[in-house]
Every structure is written in structure tokens, then in C-alpha cells.
Design a protein around this ligand. Structure first.
Ligand code: SF4
Length: 280
């Protein structure tokens, strides 16, 4: 079946190195199949290696089964399209001032398009807001070849595979954590603001910062929409900390019910953009 943008035929799930737009891996990329291998392959990896190795990871059997099942059975409305069916690497700037941390890819969104928050309603909300506040070059995010760029921002999922019911287990979260830890380490020099989408992303940020030996306030800052906390830098450079901002996740559960409005999301992302651009 052809990719909707390029017209090239792809099997579903997509094998690494087959030319899918933005595929960071090829047939030689090492594949982690256990938690220990995730830790080993994440350690000392450069950002391009993290992207590539994440995208072929198979360390969580339940999630590998689920993401590939969805990519094979497909939603009826996408029956004629190939599905990526692999883990989703980070997307955006390699030297971001803003890091946005979500929960996990959507089964028929990122798991289909191969790009985080791309091809579903949550992504429509998020990228439209990022575009309004100047963090994205376009409001739409349809497929991996649509030209969208995030010049100052990097967008990552805490857990990189689509989980059933959007609920990864604690074990899956912990197995995937070395990828996030390494990615945060690699971009920490430039990041000034971290936006956590939902309490899962908020907790993941706090855990990551603690694991990396950086200061996290005690008692632990509580998640809420518009919540702010200061997370310190590394022991060698404590002043190089970041502001952590909380936002309700732009899931349909929140946007359909009015728990999260466009104005609310713009407020948090606009604050992130303003903080990122402050001199000093
Ligand atoms: Fe690998 Fe993370 Fe996917 Fe588990 S959730 S298989 S660790 S990429």
C-alpha cells in the first residue's frame, strides 16, 4: 500500500530503512529486545542514535504485539494506508529551548504516521496551539512528509510505543525510561522550559530529573493545569535548571468535555514560548 504523501509502496508495519519519510533507522540499527539492552543502547548514544534505536526497539513484548496488531488490522478509515507500527522517536529541534513531554503514541495516530502527535485529534489541538504561539511552522500535522517544523521545540513521548487503552504498565514505563533519560541529557544544555502534557508526563519529568541527579523540589510539586515548578540543573551547573509547566493533555477526553480549551492550552504553551525567549 502507498504512503499517502509519497505514493511509495510500504508494507505495514514499516521495515527500517525502506524510505519512509523521517525514518531514522536502517537495517543495521541495533535492536533492543530486553530492558538491559535498552539501558546499554541508550547509554552514550548520540541524538541520531537514540532516534534510530528507539524506532526499532522491541523490549516490551505486550507493546510490540499491540502496535503491530493495530498496524495490521487497522482502523477502517485508514484501511488503504500503511501503518508505521514501530516506536516513535522524538521530533523537532536538536537544540530545543522548549521540551514537550507527552504520554505515549496513539494507536491510529503516531503509530500510523510514524511521527509523534501526528494524524490524530490530539495532535490537531497541540500543533494548532503551538502554531498560534509561534512554536510550530504550521497548524496542521497530517503525515511525516507534511513539512511541519518545530524550530525551537522538541516533542517526545514518555513511552515510545502505543499502549492498549493508552495505559502503559509501570514496568513498560520503566523499561522505556532510559531512552527519555538519554534524550533529555542530550538536549539539556539548550532546554529552558519543559511542558508536561498530563500528570503522566509530569511525573515522568520529575523522575527523569531525579535519575539524572538534578534538583527536584521537596515536597514533590503537584501536577495541575498551569502548574509551574523549578527543576535544578546538574550538580556541576545547578543554575542551569528549567521551568516545568503542567498542562492538561490534549486528549479527546479533555478537549471534547471542555476540561481543556484552546485558550487554556495557548496560555501554557504561550508561557513556555515567552520563558524560552527571555534574555539571560
Ligand atoms: Fe522499547 Fe519503549 Fe517501545 Fe518498550 S515502550 S518496546 S522500551 S520503545
Amino acid at each position: 500500500m502507498p504512503h499517502p504523501a509519497t505514493g511509495r509502496p510500504f508494507p505495514s508495519p514499516v521495515p527500517p530503512g525502506s524510505g519512509w519519510p523521517g525514518d531514522p533507522a536502517d537495517a543495521t540499527t541495533p535492536v533492543a529486545t530486553t530492558p538491559a539492552q535498552v539501558r546499554r543502547l541508550a547509554r552514550d548514544a548520540e541524538l541520531a542514535d537514540v532516534d534510530a534505536r528507539v524506532s526499532v526497539c522491541r523490549a516490551c513484548p505486550r507493546l510490540v504485539r499491540w502496535r503491530e496488531d493495530v498496524a495490521t488490522t487497522k482502523l477502517a478509515s485508514f484501511a488503504g494506508e500503511p501503518y508505521w507500527g514501530r516506536p516513535i522517536p522524538g521530533f523537532g529541534s536538536e537544540r530545543p529551548a522548549v521540551l514537550v513531554v507527552g504520554l505515549a503514541p496513539a494507536a491510529n495516530g503516531a503509530n500510523r504516521t510514524g511521527r509523534v502527535f501526528t494524524g490524530d485529534r490530539s495532535g490537531d489541538w497541540l500543533f494548532a496551539s503551538m502554531h498560534r504561539v509561534g512554536l510550530a511552522t504550521q497548524a496542521g500535522s497530517v503525515h511525516a512528509a507534511d513539512g511541519l517544523e518545530l524550530p525551537e521545540t522538541r516533542l517526545v513521548a514518555t513511552v515510545r510505543c502505543a499502549p492498549p487503552l493508552n495505559k502503559p504498565t509501570p514496568e513498560e514505563r520503566d523499561t522505556c525510561a532510559p531512552w527519555l533519560d538519554r534524550e533529555v541529557t542530550l538536549v539539556a544544555d539548550s532546554v529552558r522550559v519543559v511542558v508536561a502534557l498530563g500528570s503522566f508526563g509530569w511525573e515522568a519529568c520529575l523522575r527523569t530529573w531525579r535519575r539524572l541527579g538534578r534538583d527536584v523540589p521537596v515536597p514533590k510539586p503537584r501536577f495541575g493545569h498551569g502548574a509551574e515548578a523549578w527543576l535544578g540543573g546538574s550538580p556541576g551547573a545547578p543554575a542551569r535548571g528549567v521551568v516545568l509547566l503542567g498542562s492538561y493533555h490534549p486528549s479527546q477526553q479533555n478537549t471534547f468535555t471542555g476540561r481543556l480549551t484552546e485558550a487554556m492550552l495557548d496560555e501554557v504553551l504561550g508561557r513556555a514560548a515567552a520563558l524560552a525567549r527571555m534574555p539571560g
